[in-house]
Write a protein that binds this ligand. Structure first.
Ligand code: DOR
Length: 420
């Protein structure tokens, strides 16, 4: 691996309180003192660009094993690299589910050749069935970094509590997909748009009931929980309230909930269908407010690839949209250009904070840290699904013009993406 010297770049490292010009030296895969750069070094001109610690995405579906027509570990990590994401948390709703040490080991082994660091989530119940607990200790031995039944809530509450207890002892997070399965199950947000379209809606209450349960458990047992893909105002309000009471809750939302609303569904295009669904303008504003005031800690993508064939049928297509290649650009557009927060704050929410929630060595560029970073600059570009790097094209940002562009990504000291 060649050593890298990035010269004359504007460095933004919230962890180190750095926001200004400088050089970055990468030696043997870690950040080193630029003063010591010598010998065979590849020099990168950083003029006009900003450098930030590589993004940490807490919510990614890599589809491998089992659904590699949609994505696989290597293609998913190429998409990550193109979006500045250098560490990602891979959700367990694969086929088979990540409920055995063998599957954990398969993912970790294959990810060694990938363009991003892959952290594996083990499922809390076997086959994500909701009723039979997995062997958490065996999954942990095999290398999981978190627990979740994402894609579904953990149906049996007693199993959820036991998982939260054991996860706390092991020092790994439980990430919760909040949904009441009896209320959920529609196609789009329940309300005006679902009525107009004549399709069954997913009420906000389905998410809120799920959020309320996980918050109640975290409060009652004094255990941490991480709430996935928050999309409703009420869920944000509840999280804010429980945080004020000292409950150990962290939360994420996704760029699509910040930028888009249920109105998009009038296009009858399944690329805009995901779970939780795009909600109302009031919910969208509430997500922005919750990010701004710290109620929501992190921005994650819920990158959920599905093939064009599956997405061709508006009503019957599976839920989910891809997001890693557009997450920073979309969040920058809405939050930084929109005057909601500074670049430093945005990078904190997409890098440092998720790294700390996951407890991984990422999210900073201090000397000696693993050399994960990305360069970007303000540049308008229009999202063209055909130019994206993952296998699937189901982006809800297609055709939108975004205000920042990732230009280069380095993962573990290796250049994994260059915007040519
Ligand atoms: O829209 C979604 N897609 N939400 C989920 O919770 C799961 C995901 C998927 O795996 O496709």
């Amino acid at each position: 691996m060649t050593d890298l010297l990035i010269k004359n770049v504007h460095i933004i490292d919230p962890f180190n309180n750095t926001d200004g010009p400088g050089d970055i030296f990468i030696k043997n895969g870690v950040f080193a003192d630029p003063e010591t750069a010598e010998g065979n070094v590849e020099i990168i001109n950083g003029t006009g660009m900003k450098a930030a610690p590589g993004l940490v995405d807490l919510h990614v579906h890599l589809r491998d094993p089992g659904q590699t027509d949609k994505e696989d570990i290597l293609s998913g990590c190429r998409a990550a690299a193109a979006g500045g994401v250098t560490s990602l948390l891979a959700m367990p709703n694969t086929v088979p589910a990540v409920d055995s040490p063998e599957t954990v080991r398969y993912i970790i082994e294959k990810a060694k050749a990938a363009d991003a660091h892959v952290y594996v989530v083990g499922s809390i119940t076997k086959g994500l069935g909701g009723h039979e607990a997995t062997d958490i200790d065996a999954l942990y031995e095999a290398g999981i970094s978190a627990l979740s039944d994402d894609g579904k809530p953990v149906l049996d509450t007693t199993i959820m509590v036991e998982a939260m207890k054991r996860a706390a002892q092991l020092g790994i997070p439980v990430t919760a997909h909040c949904e009441d399965p009896y209320l959920a199950g529609g196609k789009v947000n329940e309300g005006e748009i679902s009525e107009k379209l004549g399709v069954k809606g997913m009420p906000a209450a389905a998410e809120d009931a799920g959020t309320a349960r996980e918050l109640a458990l975290a409060a009652a047992y004094d255990l941490p929980v991480h709430i996935c893909h928050v999309s409703t105002r009420t869920s944000a309000d509840m999280i804010r309230d429980f945080k004020k009471r000292g409950v150990k809750v962290t939360a994420e939302t996704a760029p699509h909930y910040l930028m888009l609303t249920e109105e998009e569904l009038l296009k009858k295009d399944a690329d805009y269908r995901m779970n939780p669904p795009l909600r109302t303008e009031a919910d969208r504003r509430a997500m922005i407010e919750a990010l701004k005031d710290g109620t929501i800690d992190a921005i994650a993508t819920d990158h959920a690839p599905h093939t064009p064939q599956e997405k061709a049928d508006f009503e019957n297509a599976p839920n989910g949209s891809i997001g890693m290649e557009t997450s920073f650009a979309a969040a920058y557009t809405i939050l930084v250009k929109g005057g909601v927060m500074s670049e430093t704050e945005l990078i904190r929410k997409m890098s440092c904070t998720p790294a700390s929630i996951l407890g991984i060595p990422a999210g900073t560029m201090y000397i000696g840290a693993p050399a994960d970073l990305f360069l970007y600059r303000e540049e308008e570009w229009t999202v063209d699904p055909d130019k994206l790097h993952g296998k699937s094209k189901n982006t809800p940002f297609k055709g939108l013009t975004l205000a920042a562009k990732v230009k280069l990504t380095v993962c573990g000291g290796r250049i994994v993406y260059k915007d040519e």
